[in-house]
Design a protein around this ligand. Structure first.
Ligand SMILES: [Zn+2]
Length: 113
């Protein structure tokens, strides 16, 4: 796996995070609804598990679009790239020796100064 492949996987894997969080929540709410129904309570009128899954799916699509745009800008040469491997640099962070950016491909830190 090349550094560019690692960079793309790191960027696009983030877009799956809302779904990873929402599926257990929706499953728990669904189990709670089933338990309420089995106890004889009326079924809730709002289908909350469906709404949670829908919001997560929309968040996944938005995050995917943002990350795909970052990759596209990197391909066009409109973003900061790593001097060592040429991959996209992440956001600026404050470190012990001043601000730096981490390469999303080779994971080395590069000083902002
Ligand atoms: Zn690099």
């Amino acid at each position: 796996m090349s550094n560019v492949d690692r960079m793309c996987v790191r960027l696009l894997a983030v877009s799956l995070l809302p779904l990873v969080i929402a599926v257990p929540i929706a499953t728990g709410i669904s189990a709670f609804y089933n338990a309420l129904t089995q106890m004889g309570a009326p079924e809730p009128s709002v289908d909350l598990p469906w709404i949670v899954a829908l919001v997560a799916a929309v968040a996944c699509l938005v995050l995917f679009a943002v990350q795909a745009t970052r990759i596209w800008q990197w391909k066009e040469g409109k973003s900061l790239d790593c001097p060592a491997c040429g991959c996209l640099l992440g956001g600026a962070r404050d470190g012990r020796w001043g601000p730096y950016r981490r390469c999303l491909g080779c994971r080395t830190n590069h000083s902002e100064k």
